[in-house]
Write a protein that binds this ligand. Structure first.
Ligand code: HEM
Length: 120
């Protein structure tokens, strides 16, 4: 069971890497727009994250702090999803993306990684 959990953490990290990597390519040298790869990475991180948040992830027993951490990560993820959804459709219609939407997705993605690693 523990090994399976580690595999899901691994998949979760791949999702994070795809989302942040795709964003970084656009941010540093590319066009500051959303790409399909960002949405794919977000979906992978979301599915694996939700799997990790299921009770088997609470191997140490119910822990209020862990629940808060996961709740905050879920809210941040929903914000990323909303921004990607709104931004992608605006981009498709108008051909351009507002810088605020673009930068927020990168910042919120890093914020979730920071919460995952630093909130103990
Ligand atoms: C874009 C969104 C997300 C990013 C960038 C992200 C990033 C990360 C990273 C870097 C780790 C590894 C930390 C470690 O192993 O110490 C991690 C672990 C984890 N994440 Fe996420 N995550 C995201 C969304 C979510 C969501 C939505 C949930 C649950 C609703 C979630 C639940 C977890 C859990 C349970 C772990 C296992 C490690 C732990 O207990 O802290 N994540 N995440």
């Amino acid at each position: 069971m523990e090994t399976l959990r580690h595999v899901v953490v691994f998949v979760h990290l791949i999702g994070f890497a795809v989302l942040f990597g795709a964003w970084a390519v656009q941010a540093f040298g590319g066009k500051r727009e959303f790409t399909r790869l960002m949405t794919y990475g977000m979906v992978i991180a979301a599915v694996a994250g939700l799997a990790l948040a299921a009770p088997w992830g609470m191997a140490a027993g119910p822990d209020l702090n862990l629940h808060m951490k996961i709740g905050v990560k879920l809210v941040v993820l929903l914000a990323i999803g909303a921004l990607l959804g709104i931004g992608t459709s605006k981009q498709r219609k108008t051909g351009s993306l507002s810088p605020a939407l673009f930068w927020l997705v990168g910042i919120l993605t890093l914020a979730n990684a920071a919460i995952a690693v630093l909130w103990r």
